[in-house]
Design a protein. Structure first.
Length: 148
């Protein structure tokens, strides 16, 4: 089993309002060769509470990677991304946009907001699992992430 430095499990924040997509991500990451802690929030306000350790999230770890949907209730994923990348304490956390959108406008806007990559969710279940595993393989085994 591969882990980040010193055997620390990888903390992943999934910001996803679709329970089916969350379940698929959980299943894909369960089969991981990495030890990981998947934290799931279902809207943009909750994501920011998690990242700023507010309310029920006071004791949560800082995520090593954020998987962010764009179409979220309460606070849109684009707003969440802009807030993350504008904050000196959060901006180095890699943010992978994982959304159903294929719109060129969304691709351009999120890259202009400094998203680390943009992935359109496949509709096929097995392809979705493959995408999540590919994200994990790239961001958590190949890429060197900054320490906190």
């Amino acid at each position: 089993m591969v882990t980040q430095e010193y055997g620390k499990p990888i903390d992943i924040l999934l910001v996803e309002d679709n329970p089916g997509d969350s379940r698929l991500a959980i299943e894909a990451l369960k089969e991981s060769k990495l030890r990981n802690n998947l934290h799931i929030v279902t809207d943009g306000m909750e994501a920011m509470d998690f990242l700023y350790k507010r309310g029920k999230y006071v004791q949560v770890p800082r995520p090593d990677l954020i998987l962010l949907d764009l179409n979220l209730p309460k606070k849109d994923g684009r707003e969440v991304l802009a807030e993350i990348k504008a904050d000196p304490g959060l901006k180095r956390i890699p943010v992978v946009i994982l959304t159903i959108s294929k719109a060129e406008e969304d691709v351009l806007k999120t890259y202009n907001l400094h998203a680390n990559c943009f992935i359109t969710k496949p509709l096929d279940l097995s392809q979705f699992v493959t995408v999540v595993k590919s994200i994990e393989d790239f961001w958590l085994t190949i890429v060197k992430l900054p320490s906190h």
